[in-house]
Design a protein around this ligand. Structure first.
Ligand code: UTP
Length: 297
């Protein structure tokens, strides 16, 4: 199913950041998981920069208790600016993102009832426009020199419209930890989605294409989320709502050309830190030497 007229542009990005981050306790007792830094940028900033690269200007943070640091991170830090100026230091490290006044909106999720519920909390801001979703603990880095994940998705969306999710191929034996798509016809990096299964057994998995944390969804998903009960883990699941959209509207998966790091897990976080350090000209050499030394110990 493809769209005939030009699809409405994606102007709004929703960042659900109200989760409890229990896998990183005690680090996340007083600091939001999304503020944990990979080298020198917090996770949320990687996601926001990816949204901006894709041309998305309105940013909606779904926050909860103890998450104010996320919003403050995007404020202008006057005191720091003036100190840096006095010391003749470059200011661009302070606020490389430069969000336009009025383009950052927060809504509250009073109780973390699940990802689907967090998205539904943004319904008044999203209105009747298609929108993007970013899960900031999934760090998506485009192939070197290439575009980021959401830009790749927006490019695909301009061709097919409807709903899109980002997917990655994994070894078949790994599918049981993820949401998996049932694939229809494939055309380049676009695969038609005919079904979604959350954490299937290896034998039952309809493919080895796993859903990663980037979505472009039509506003009708909000109506589905509003009436939906709890799913797996007693949470209101986004996957369940998306499954209901299949067949009603175009639904495609975009195979991401790049690397995903699961920064919601400790090993994934270490992997991201090492991989990004090895990719940075100012750190690569020392990091490689350090890793060699550690492995030899
Ligand atoms: P996760 O399940 O990875 O985050 O949700 P979590 O619940 O904070 O982590 P753990 O498992 O306890 O360590 C993915 C994203 O969805 C947000 C989280 O903040 C994270 O960015 N989320 C999740 C919400 O905003 N609200 C929720 O109710 C659940």
């Amino acid at each position: 199913m493809t769209q005939t007229s030009a699809p409405k542009p994606i102007r709004t990005a929703v960042f659900p950041v109200a989760g409890l981050g229990t896998r990183f306790l005690p680090a996340t007792k007083a600091i939001p998981k999304e503020m944990l830094p990979v080298i020198d940028r917090p996770l949320i900033q990687y996601a926001v920069d990816e949204a901006r690269e894709a041309g998305i200007e309105q940013l909606v943070f779904v926050t909860g208790r103890g998450k104010t640091a996320i919003v403050e991170h995007f404020d202008t830090a006057y005191e720091l600016e003036s100190t840096m100026r006095d010391r003749a230091k470059a200011l661009d490290v302070l606020d490389p993102t430069r969000i336009q006044p009025g383009n950052l909106v927060t809504v509250r999720q009073q109780v973390p009832l699940g990802l689907g519920h967090a998205i539904w909390c943004a319904r008044a801001i999203v209105g009747d426009e298609p929108f993007a979703i970013f899960l900031p603990d999934e760090l998506m880095i485009g192939r070197s020199g290439g575009t980021g994940c959401m830009k790749q998705m927006v490019d695909a969306y301009e061709k097919v419209g409807g709903n899109l999710i980002s997917v990655l191929e994994v070894p078949r034996e790994d599918v049981s930890s993820y949401g998996v798509i049932a694939p229809g016809t494939r055309d380049g990096n676009l695969t038609e989605v005919t079904g979604l299964v959350e954490k299937p057994k290896v034998a039952d998995a309809p493919s080895n294409l796993i859903i990663s944390g980037r979505y472009i969804l039509q506003p009708e998903v909000m109506g589905v989320l509003g009436t939906q009960g709890k799913g797996a883990g007693g949470e209101i699941q986004l996957t369940d709502a998306m499954a209901q959209m299949i067949g009603r509207q175009p639904f495609h998966a975009v195979t991401f050309d790049g690397k995903r790091y699961d920064c919601g897990s400790k090993v994934g976080f270490v992997e991201a830190t090492l991989a990004l350090a090895l990719a940075r000209p100012d750190m690569a050499e020392e990091t490689r030497a350090m890793a060699k030394r550690l492995l030899a110990e």
